[in-house]
Ligand binder design. Sequence first.
Ligand SMILES: Cc1cc2nc3c(=O)[nH]c(=O)nc-3n(C[C@H](O)[C@H](O)[C@H](O)COP(=O)(O)OP(=O)(O)OC[C@H]3O[C@@H](n4cnc5c(N)ncnc54)[C@H](O)[C@@H]3O)c2cc1C
Ligand code: SF4
Length: 559
Amino acid sequence: MGWVGGIIAAELTKAGIQVVGLERGKSRSTEDYFMDHDELRYARRFELMQDLSKETITFRNSESMRALPMRSYGSFLLGDGLGGAGSHWNGQTHRFLPYDFEIYNQTVERYGKGKIPEGMQLQDWGITYDEIEPYYDKFEQVAGISGESEANPMLGKRSHPFPTPPMKKTPILQRFEEASKKLGYHPYMIPSANLSENYKNPDGISRAACQYCGFCERFGCEYGAKADPVVTVIPTAMATGKLEVRTFSNVTEILHDGKKATGVVYINTVTGEEVTQPADVVVLGSFMLNNARLLLNSKLGTPYNRKTGRGTIGRNYAYQVNSGRAVGFYDDEEFSTFMGAGALGMEFDDFNGDNFDHSDLKFLHGAGIRISQNGLRPIENNPAPQGTPTWGKKWKETTLKYANRVLTVATQGASLPWKHHYLDLDPTYKDIYGKPLLRITFDFEDQDRELTKYLADKAGEVMKEMGPSHVEIKDKLDPYNIVPYQSTHNTGGVIMGADPETSAVNSYLQMWEAENVFVVGASAFPHNSGYNPTDTVGALSYRAAEGIQKYLKQGGMLV
Ligand SMILES: Cc1cc2nc3c(=O)[nH]c(=O)nc-3n(C[C@H](O)[C@H](O)[C@H](O)COP(=O)(O)OP(=O)(O)OC[C@H]3O[C@@H](n4cnc5c(N)ncnc54)[C@H](O)[C@@H]3O)c2cc1C
Ligand code: SF4
């Protein structure tokens, strides 16, 4: 039970509905993290993540390759335990652009159909920004998001300001702000789920302000200052007396009669016992990869067939394009880069979405250009200019010299869907329970390489303006590699839309092929934007919770 499970449970139990929450991992609380800033344990050995020796995914770049299991963590990290990845996220809480929700129509309207390259499976979401806005607002009020309400002119309208003011604008952020404004851009403080001040949310949950401890991403928060499901929506649901959480309960199958679900089967991972849990409504909130996998393993919905283009489960897997960046080395200045918070940063959207003219460019969409001050961890942080030896005395001297003298202007690029990027069941590898693993087929495209180059150059202009001694621009995008960490912003596989031929769920996240199954999470995104996904995941969860209540009253398809 992560953000999706927690939000759905809170909304349904407040409405008097009985909910059983099945979580494969253990229970968690804020006390677990007291005085425990242990980089080795949490950031290098992934204490809070899924155990890959029991359950993982397989990956290949293309259909001509044999997929192999991901046996150690790299490209993305999978949440496990109460709170899911919401316990160890950064808390950067962006809304998507109005353009994102109508990307196909707006692209065709502005540039013509010919602008969409052969094989790109661009599609609208079946919901507009104005329709989703109230649900964004709800998530932000419950999580207490801190931000500047007026500073970003590129975004859609807001119905209410952020509930808490922005985080502190540190000297590093001020420098980025000055440089980007000088170049004519529109920087804003990244909306943050690390609370800028003490806050009581509309459900009456009180939390304390962030201490900028810098051990945020991959760690739980010992103050409860980072909004996570365990300190927000799960206690709200528990207080109703209508939520029963069962930890160590790994769901392996959705039971159904071909039209409707009748319940689920789960394995008690402590005793090995197999349990059947009947249900009137089944909600999948098991992260986007497991949402798709559970449907495929349960033979519910029609699997995507990449050759015919028919079927929807597994369609439009997308990721993100984060390689473009500019790194500035400062010989004569030091910064407090060891302090920070997961969502402390500034960004501008002048080259995100369709906020700039793509007529003469060989790519669509774009990226947020940003600086982050997350707190550089001592084991991981070893910056050195290109050409420095990678071991020995010189390496040691150089990395020590630059430990607090390097700033990076980074890009977070959109990932658009292609016919040949998809999820299906691996024909060879199985998990500890004998169920096939999910197979990812994905690679970067020319679109992504063009985007990276263009955006890295823009990041470089800002970095140069920030006055470093020298700058290195990283504008090359190698083939997708599952080994280095990039982002846990995987999307698609059970996408939403207005047409059952090309989408698996409607705008309430209700399955077209099984009316009492709601599949919620980033699995529903038809493409991935140039932002972090969880504000949109939260908004869709509130929308689904409303849909489930309607469904329980009236039955049938909601759209
Ligand atoms: C290090 C890191 C940093 C991040 N930073 C940001 C950020 O700054 N901003 C942002 O927007 N996003 C960020 N994200 C992404 C964000 O964490 C996810 O978008 C969000 O947590 C997804 O919520 P979810 O409820 O869909 O899935 P999860 O949080 O993954 O929760 C799913 C839960 O389901 C459980 N589960 C899975 N399968 C089963 C099963 N078969 N049976 C029972 N239980 C099961 C899992 O154990 C887990 O607890 C980050 C992610 C990571 C890993
Ligand atoms: S940086 Fe702030 S929100 Fe993050 S773990 Fe530290 S105190 Fe908590």
